[in-house]
Design a protein around this ligand. Structure first.
Ligand SMILES: [Zn+2]
Length: 135
């Protein structure tokens, strides 16, 4: 079993915490897109993974992503569900080139340009939000 650290100030490199959401946001705060991998085989795991199903009890490794992705699916919202987004806007599910799926938004001038299968690249807005752009 792992033990949750008292604070994040000493966390670097390999992880000792199994809280996937906390780890994801730890790297987001540093503008790093990473994904969880099995520490034994290096197999990419999904963002909901708390451990490798074939190697339970092992802490996951968080590996830097290449930044490349492919549009898997998207919806366009015409109603405001968040004060942070001016409608219309898209919510997209993208597959990182390494495999894991991620829900995000794709920045385009024209929403009609969004296509399933389109190649994307990750980017961080000045305020730190992770977005994807057409590659
Ligand atoms: Zn494994």
């Amino acid at each position: 079993m792992t033990q949750k650290p008292a604070d994040n100030t000493h966390l670097a490199g390999s992880w000792i915490d199994t809280d996937t959401v906390e780890q994801f946001h730890y790297f987001m705060d540093r503008r790093e897109l990473r994904y969880p991998c099995c520490p034994i085989t290096g197999t990419a795991l999904g963002y909901t993974a708390r451990q490798c199903p074939k190697h339970p009890g092992q802490d996951l490794n968080w590996v830097p992503a290449s930044g490349g992705a492919t549009m898997e699916s998207f919806v366009i919202y015409h109603q405001r569900y968040s004060p942070d987004f001016e409608p219309p806007y898209n919510v997209a599910m993208v597959a990182l080139d390494e495999g894991p799926l991620l829900v995000t938004t794709v920045l385009v001038d024209d929403l009609a340009a969004l296509k399933i299968g389109m190649k994307l690249v990750c980017n961080f807005e000045p305020a730190g939000r992770l977005v994807f752009l057409p590659a």
